[in-house]
Structures are given as C-alpha cells and as structure tokens.
Design a protein around this ligand. Structure first.
Ligand code: MCN
Length: 779
C-alpha cells in the first residue's frame, strides 16, 4: 500500500485485502472443511411436481454397506415447519406447512422426501437411488396466470392458489387517470431466474455434548442460529452458526433451508457430524429462485408529458411454499414503484400465487429490479405514445434536487438525490447515438436508458417491524472494535460478506479514524461464536448499516483514546485530535501518541484517568431512522441481427451514486457484477419448467449464464450525493447495477427493432423471441 497512515483511507481505490487468500487457493469453503468422524448425507428428491406420497420403502437403501440411517419426513420430530420470517405489516398470508422433508405430499420437483446418511460421500448418493417412493400424481399447476384464475390447486387444503392480496398506494389515482390525456397499458413479464453462485450450498452439522455447531454456506449466520434453536427446541446459546468463506450468494443464501435443519437434526440423533454439499442440478432444483412476476402496468400523462398517475397489478409466482422472505419481495419494489419520478398518484396491487415450482425469494435486487424494469419500460412506452424524446420525458418528471428529502405519493421519504446531474454525467461520458449511427450493414442498433433509484440499507426496525414468526428481532446491525495491547486492530461485524470486499472497506473506515494502515485492521465476520449479534449481508445493507455501526464503535474508541492521551499529556480531551497518525494536542503534533501507544497505556490501570475501565474495545448497535436511496443513470447500445434475432450489448455506460465512496475500485467491481447479472437475465438466463412441472434448465448447459465474451467493457462514472441518514453519507451499491440494467437493455432492443415495427417485447431477449417478434411485426 502506498498511502501513509496519515492519509485518508476512505475514498482510496485499494485492492481487496481478502483477494490474495481467495485467489491463491488459501480460502476454506465448505467443501474444504471436514471433521473427524464425519458422515455424509444425500437427499432423495421428488421427480414429481405434485403428488401424494403413498409409501416410502427405505429398507434396501438402509441395508447398503456404510449406510448409517435413512430418514423420512415423519421421522424428523421438529418443533415447527420451516420459517417464513417476514410479511409486510398487516398483510394476511396463507402459509402451507413446509417441512425440511416432505411428509404426505410433494409440491415441486426437487422437494426432498428422504435423507440417507452414511460413511462415504458417493455411497450415500448411490443408496439414495435405492429408496423406493410410490407417488400418486396430482394435477400440476405451472402457469402463473392460469394458477391465479383458479382450477387445479397446489394446496387443496387452502381452497385457492391465492396466498395473499394487498395494495399500497397514495394520491388520488382516479383523479390522476381522469386528468391524463394519454394512457398506456402493458403486460410486463419478469421471468424466473436462479442465483447461480459459483459455490453451491453445503452444510456441516456437528452436534456434540448438547451443543450444535453448524457450518453452512449462508449469508445469514445469526438468523440461522436463531431458527436452528427454534426448530430443534434447544437454547440459542447452545448453537453456533458459522459462514466460512462463501463463494457468492446473490440472495440465494439468504435463507433457512430444510437441508440445514435436517442435517442438524440428524447430527443430534446420530451423535456424529454430518455433511452435505449440493450438486449443481440440486442447486437449480432446490435453491430458491427469484423474480417471476407479471405486471399489468398503466401510466397516464398529459399531452405535454406530465405523468398524472401510475398503477400496477402484480402477480407474484411464489412457487410451492413460502420461504424466509417470499411474500415480502414485491413490497421492496412497491416502495420505489414510481422510481425517480414525481408522480402524484400511484398504486400497486400485489397478488401472491402458488404454483408447483421451487419457491421464489430474494435474488439480487429482490423486488426493486422488477419495479425499476416496469417504470423504466413504461416511461419509454409513454414517450413513444406521446411522440416525445424519452430523456426529455424523464427530465420533465424527475424529482428535483431541491425537493429532497422527498416524500413520494406513497409516503416513502427518499433521503437525497440529484437525478438530472447523474443523467448529464452519463450523456457527457458516452455519445450513444453516435455509436448507434455506425451500425454495420444488415445489423440494427438501438440505444436504451434507465434512470433509477432503489431502496436499500435494510433496516430500519421502525419500518420493518416485528416478524411474522412472532420474533421481535428488529433490523439493525452491530460491530465491535478491539485495539489490542500491541496496537493491532480487530473488527467484528454482524454482517456476513460473501464477495463484496467488506474486509477491505470496513478496515478503511476504521484505519482512517485510528490513524493506522488498513492492512493492520483485521475484519472478522460470519461466526456467531466469535462476533457480536448481527443480521447478515443482503439488501445492500452492510455499509450503510454495518459500516456505520463500525464507524460508531470506532468513534467510541477514539473518544476513550482522547481521554487517555489528555490524561497522559495533562491536556483537555477536547483539545486532542488525530494529526499525522497520532492523537495529539492541536498545534503540538510531535507530542502525540499513536493508537498503539494509547492501547499500550489503556491496558495498565495506573495510566488511566480516575475511574476509567481498562482496555480499548467498544461495541455499537445501529438502527437507522430510514433506508437509503442510491440512484443513477445507465445507457447502452445493442446490436441486433434481424436474421437470427441475436442481441449483442456493444456499449454500456453507467453513472451511479452511492454517496461518498469508501473504495471506488470495489464499487466499480460491484457495478460490473450487477450489470452482468442483469445482462444475464435480459438476454440469457431463464429458469424454465415444462407443462408437467419438470425443470428443463437443470444445469449450466441449459441455464445460460453470460461469460466475459458476452459483455462489453463498461464505462463507469459516479456522482456523490451524501445521505443524511448515516454519518458516512453512504448508500448501497451491491445491487444497483442489477436494478438499473435490465430495462436499459430491453429499451435498447426495442429501440433497435422499432424500424421493423416492433414496439414492445418482454425478456428474456434470446434469439428465438427476438426473431419471432420481428416475424410477427412483418405480418
Ligand atoms: N461500498 C463503498 N462505498 C460506498 C458504498 C459501498 O466502497 N459508498 C462498498 C462496500 O463497502 C462493499 C461493497 O461496496 O465493499 C458493497 O456494499 P453494499 O452496497 O453495502 O452491499 P453489501 O455489502 O450489503 O452486499 C450485498 C449486496 C447484495 S444484496 C447482493 S445480492 C450481492 C452483492 O452485494 N451479492 C454478491 N454483491 C455481491 N458480490 C459478490 N461478489 N457476490 C455476491 O453474492
């Protein structure tokens, strides 16, 4: 590192501290961790999408050499079905029991029905094939709109496929549409995708002497500890949950999975450690999916382009059960449904519908990509209808910078923003129209834009309230900062990073405040046995909530350090400040003490002011007053081959604003990853079930992920509009690219196809769909 300890570390594009470990094979993922006496597990999964379990014969499997036990659903005497932790406050949901192993009926292909445990990793997989299950097939419900209309039922006991229906709105919608001179309506599909993390899930459960240690590839070790305790009926202090190195999650590991509960139960029963690692196909079948919404959107405006009302009705495909956050997902989008626009009347009606598919839940962006996709497509469609430039329409309806904090028609207060500036910066950076104009012969080029905001920094407890599980957990974050006797610094965070680079950025926050090198600040996370309480990493919360709690714990250290230095130098604490890496009296920097010297003193009581406790270690909990609202402007150029329908993204430019950058290099990396994620959804990725509920895209040969060859190199810039919500001024960036990019690409494809008469198209924009749209327009 080139900077000296006196330089400000916050804002520096440092390389990630964790990367040498991660890229040189020194990291330990779940598959690397084994313990003495460990057994292996394999799950028997339903090949039927919907069926009654008539009988299960486990005898042959149990008789195989090395097999220790075979369990079925009724063997697992758990305290409760799997948790569904949150519902939007006041919303009634129908929550069919979802057990770690299905008991009487299976509701999707991949539903686990039995668990085989034995001494050899491969033998248990073979033995699982010998478990004989007799199924009585039941009608299968796959299509979301048909499921909503009624007919065959996913859960006959419920008497309906509809799980919940609720609305969120503000302003006078009727008056808004009456005042509109132009109204545009569209059916917008946001299809089903997978998290597709590089590292599949895995669990190692080790129950001994009345205590459980469960190591899992999870984003939420503290939630996992809590729910393991509740499910197994043991005290929370007897459970330790560890997230070791986690190779990506993208929301799909923000979950309490049946496999985690079943392994913990089996380990207790057998008094042996038990391990399971998911295969890729199991991952596609039984790691939660995301998106899968159909929106019927309606927008009204005056002829001169002032939007008067916006309404969406959303059908959410829940899949077969509710998992941790399933019914909550659309509400996150609903809060920002009007995007960056000042619309006087808005309403969304949300209907959750069961189908015989794997449940959906949070995948990067969770609700906000859907809402952004809807409003940004509707803006382009409205501009087309009005014959108005789409950027002019956007500018005409932007919330003005002076209006912040801005309360929307829904009553949501956006913290800070300058949307025209982000768009101006984008247009200065990239001349997309010029690139469009250079289309080679026989190809069509189109430009797309997306001006977005999102709601993140999940917290605050004030809004998220108590959970549907009856637990008053709140949604805050905590951190502990310890300055060792030698001056080395350890930070413990309750967040659980799994690729975001927080070991570096949190070290930067602390290093700047204590005058040390970030290399000397170790950040510990992901272990309920060593850290403070915490709530994990998701919802781009780790910096705005977790980072702020780190800053607050560090501020307490600084306060104590100043008192110690003042005592040593016989000065007043108010006169002590950090100058060139030393805490010193203002104007006399040479007499100061480094944090190492201060901590050396702090552990010897006779060095301390009267009555001060020894040590230099502080804890802070932080529950913000509000969410934070990052924003930005994205633009791209796509090239379409009208003969094949193939789409290439040839230029992508993005301006994002997540407040002051802690580490610009890491922010760029997050934006890159986020954009690629959305390019994946827009052009390649699609979880597809056939009409019998069989998963057609069960591995990476069928589920197409974008590769480096499929994406251009990105032009990135930032504006920095501080948030008033936290002292760092920071907002989230981990999901921003994904939230902004899918409408940007879709709008660009429509722009390219418009000369052929195609004015609207839904994702995924694979060659076949694009070609069909072109052919359709010719008729
Ligand atoms: N950051 C910064 N300055 C800011 C804001 C953020 O330097 N003003 C940095 C942070 O300190 C952190 C990174 O940017 O190093 C992302 O921070 P933040 O936006 O707080 O998001 P989280 O750390 O909470 O990460 C969660 C987010 C989500 S919700 C998903 S999904 C996601 C994502 O992050 N999954 C990821 N990024 C991922 N990146 C990887 N590699 N793997 C995943 O699974």
């Amino acid at each position: 590192m080139s900077a000296t300890a006196a330089e400000p570390w916050v804002g520096k594009p440092l390389k990630r501290k964790e990367d040498p470990r991660l890229i040189m094979g020194r990291a330990r993922y779940i598959d690397d961790i084994n313990v003495t006496g460990q057994l292996w597990a394999s799950f028997v999964r339903s090949p039927e999408a919907h069926a009654r379990i008539v009988s299960i014969d486990t005898a042959e499997a149990a008789a195989q050499p090395g097999v220790h036990a075979v369990y079925v659903g009724n063997d697992l005497d758990l305290e409760a079905p799997l948790p569904m932790a949150w519902v939007p406050p006041g919303v009634e949901v129908k929550n069919p029991p979802h057990w770690a192993l299905a008991k009487d009926e299976v509701h999707h292909v991949g539903d686990p029905v039995a668990l085989v445990i034995g001494s050899d990793r491969y033998a248990v997989v073979d033995a699982a094939q010998l478990v004989s299950v007799e199924y009585e097939p039941l009608p299968v419900v796959v299509d979301l709109e048909k499921a909503y209309e009624g007919g065959d039922l996913v859960h006959a006991d419920l008497g309906t496929n509809q799980c919940h229906e609720w609305s969120l709105g503000g302003g006078d919608l009727e008056a808004g549409f009456n005042a509109a001179e132009v109204v545009v309506e569209r059916r917008i599909v946001n299809h089903r995708t997978a998290g597709a993390a590089i590292e599949p899930r895995g669990v190692l459960a080790d129950y001994r002497a009345g205590s459980l240690t469960l190591t899992s590839s999870t984003q939420v070790p503290h939630f996992l500890r809590l729910f393991l305790a509740l499910q197994l009926g043991i005290s929370e202090d007897r459970v330790r949950a560890i997230a070791p190195e986690v190779g990506g999650g993208f929301g799909s590991k923000l979950q309490i999975y049946g496999e985690e509960i079943a392994l913990a139960w089996a380990s207790r029963k057998l008094e042996r450690p038990v391990k399971w690692v998911e295969s890729r196909t199991e991952g596609m079948l039984a790691t939660h999916h995301g998106r899968d919404q159909i929106a019927y959107a309606k927008i009204g405006a005056t002829r001169d382009g002032k939007i008067t009302a916006y309404h969406t009705k959303i059908l959410q495909d829940l899949g077969a059960y509710l998992m941790l956050l399933t019914p909550t997902i659309p509400s996150l989008g609903a809060f920002v449904m009007s995007g960056v626009y000042d619309i006087p009347a808005v309403q969304t009606d949300i209907v959750g519908v069961f189908t015989n598919k794997m449940p959906t839940d949070a995948i990067r962006g969770a609700g906000r990509p859907e809402a952004t996709h809807q409003i940004e497509m509707m803006i382009d469609q409205l501009a087309d209808e009005l014959g108005m430039d789409r950027l002019e329409l956007r500018r005409k309806n932007f919330m003005t910078p002076e209006s912040f904090p801005h309360e929307t028609a829904l009553g949501v207060v956006y913290d800070s923003g300058d949307y025209p500036k982000a768009l101006d910066t984008l247009l200065e950076m990239a001349d997309l129209d010029a690139i469009k104009a250079q289309a080679p012969a026989g190809k069509l080029r189109g430009v797309g834009y997306s001006t977005y905001t999102e709601i993140c920094g999940l917290a605050p407890s004030r809004v998220t309230g108590p959970s549907g599980f009856g637990l008053q957990t709140g949604l805050w974050e905590s951190a502990m900062v310890r300055v060792h006797i030698t001056g080395a610094v350890t930070v413990y965070t309750g967040t659980s990073p799994h690729g975001q680079g927080l070991e570096t950025t949190m070290a930067q926050i602390v290093a700047q405040r204590l005058g040390v090198d970030p290399q000397n600040v170790e950040v510990i996370h992901g272990d309920t046995g060593t850290g403070p309480q915490g709530l994990g990493t998701y919802g781009s919360r780790s910096t705005a909530v977790g980072g702020e709690s780190v800053a607050r714990a560090t501020a307490k250290i600084v306060e104590k350090a100043r008192q110690i230095v003042a005592h040593q130098l016989e000065a007043s604490p108010e006169d002590i400040e950090l100058i060139d890496g030393k805490f010193a009296v203002k104007g006399s920097p040479d007499k100061g003490m480094t944090i190492g010297e201060i901590s050396g003193a702090a552990y010897i009581p006779e060095n301390l002011p009267e009555g001060m406790e020894p040590g230099l270690e502080e804890l802070a909990f932080y529950d913000p007053e509000n969410f934070v609202f990052p924003f930005g402007a994205h633009g791209c150029v796509v090239e379409v081959d009208p003969d094949t329908g193939n789409v290439d993204v040839i230029k992508y430019a993005a301006v994002d604003d997540c407040g002051p950058a802690i580490n610009p290099k890491i922010i760029d990396g997050q934006v890159h990853g986020g954009i690629v994620h959305a390019i994946g959804q827009a052009l390649f990725e699609r979880i597809h079930y056939d009409e019998d509920g069989q998963l057609v895209t069960g591995n990476f040969a069928d589920y197409a992920l974008p590769s480096a060859a499929d994406v251009p190199s990105f032009d990135l810039d930032r504006t920095e509009t501080p948030s008033p919500v936290n002292s760092l001024g920071v907002k989230g960036i981990g999901e921003a690219g994904t939230i902004a990019a899918s409408p940007c690409i879709t709008n660009a494809v429509i722009d390219a196809l418009r000369p052929l008469g195609v004015t609207f198209i839904n994702m995924p924009l694979g060659p076949q769909r694009v070609w069909e749209a072109i052919e359709e327009a010719k008729r």
